[in-house]
Design a protein around this ligand. Structure first.
Ligand code: FMN
Length: 367
């Protein structure tokens, strides 16, 4: 069972090794303080409606795991906590359960423990080019009664796996064939290397309306594969992976590119979101929501209370961030960021700065 074993490797390596690399560039995002906020903190609302679900704050735990017993335990902890706090979560790639239906329970446990929360199904884009279609997509959505499905892009990771799925040819055409047939919204999601303007634009043009940027600066899948290559004695691959660990578009730059390319879409900022300040800055940059993976995994591994503490602190930060910028709700914070130094330079040279300025405050799917 190749897929479940690889997933177990990933869990172990991300929990034990130093798998983070680069920077999110959120240090170049400033959020102007408002000395006279003219608001009562108690009345500030961090609520958001996404894919038909009301969330207490714009925070989700993005898809990580499933497919084995340890993963099921982690999914259960995350699910119980997001249900209690009124947040959302994704499960990891459900390919393992499509190939081995006896593993479906390791994903389904998320819906069982979170009957009301926003739950996002997950499949990899390369699978769509290897024969997966509408049938498999509907199957994984039904498996967990999901509210949406994330199709993840992980070219950077696959390139560093000897067994990687490195054929991405024809992906846009394939997505175009299925986008209107899927009954639930599709989120296109990177996995730590960031979404760029052109990719978001072409996907938005075929009807995709939600994007999770998963930029660089947090978990580096190139680094995860570096550890695996070392363990397997593949020294060349390990060396290349070490050199290229920080590959990707920093999360802050990716949010700007995605927002510029898809002014009317739901944009999730993720990749290296480690605290509440990161969340506030991401929304001020123009994201609708934020996603966290590795810190939630580590907290969940330590237990429910640890994860609850972390996510409650994230929620409180967003509320205080709204208050201190004079924002009664999320949409007032959106687009208030000032971008500095290399981040602004990036946006100008990439030709997205003017479009970002126009798009950042536009009302997208969230209220
Ligand atoms: C252990 C682990 C497993 C992951 N598996 C998946 C996956 O199956 N599908 C997916 O879309 N993303 C997966 N991711 C990527 C995360 O959802 C996220 O995009 C990435 O880790 C960056 O966020 P972070 O810096 O907060 O960890 C995984 C992340 C971790 C840490």
């Amino acid at each position: 069972m190749e897929t479940p074993n690889r997933k177990l490797d990933h869990l172990r390596i991300t929990l034990v090794e130093d798998v983070e690399a680069g920077s999110t560039w959120l240090e170049f995002v400033m959020v102007p303080h408002k000395a006279v906020p003219e608001l009562n903190l108690e009345k500030v609302s961090t609520e958001v409606e996404v894919f038909g679900k009301k969330l207490k704050a714009p925070i989700i735990v993005t898809g990580m795991t499933g497919g084995n017993e340890h993963a099921a335990k982690i999914n259960a902890v995350i699910a119980e906590v997001v249900e209690e706090l009124g947040l959302g979560m994704g499960v990891g790639s459900q390919r393992a359960a499509v190939e081995h239906p006896e593993l479906a329970w390791t994903f389904r446990i998320a819906r069982e423990r979170a009957p009301n929360a926003l739950i996002i199904a997950n499949l990899g884009a390369p699978q769509l080019l290897k024969g997966y279609g509408i049938e498999e997509i509907e199957k994984v959505i039904e498996m967990i009664d999901a509210d949406a499905i994330a199709i993840h892009l992980n070219a950077a990771q696959e390139a560093f796996q000897p067994e990687g799925d490195v054929d991405y040819e024809g992906l846009v055409a394939r997505l175009q064939e299925i986008v209107d047939k899927v009954k639930k919204p599709i989120i296109i999601k990177e996995t730590g290397a960031g979404l760029d303007y052109d990719s978001v634009k072409v996907l938005r043009d075929i009807g995709i309306k939600a994007f999770d940027v998963s930029g660089s600066g947090g978990t580096s899948w190139v680094r995860v594969e570096m550890y695996r290559a070392r363990e397997k004695g593949d020294e060349v691959l390990a060396e290349v992976a070490e050199w290229m660990s920080s590959w990707g578009i920093p999360t802050a730059a990716s949010v700007m590119e995605a927002r510029a390319a898809a002014p009317d879409s739901l944009i999730i900022a993720s990749g290296g979101i480690r605290n509440g300040m990161h969340a506030v800055k991401s929304i001020a940059l123009g994201a609708d929501m934020v996603g966290v993976a590795l810190p939630a995994l580590k907290a969940a591994y330590r237990g429910k209370e640890e994860l609850k503490k972390f996510l409650r602190a994230m929620m409180l930060s967003v509320k205080i961030g709204l208050f201190l910028t004079g924002s009664p709700s999320l949409r007032y914070l959106k687009g208030k960021a000032v971008v500095m130094g290399p981040l602004k330079e990036w946006a100008v040279q990439r030709g997205v700065y003017e479009e970002w300025l126009k798009a950042r405050r536009q009302k997208s799917l969230s209220p």
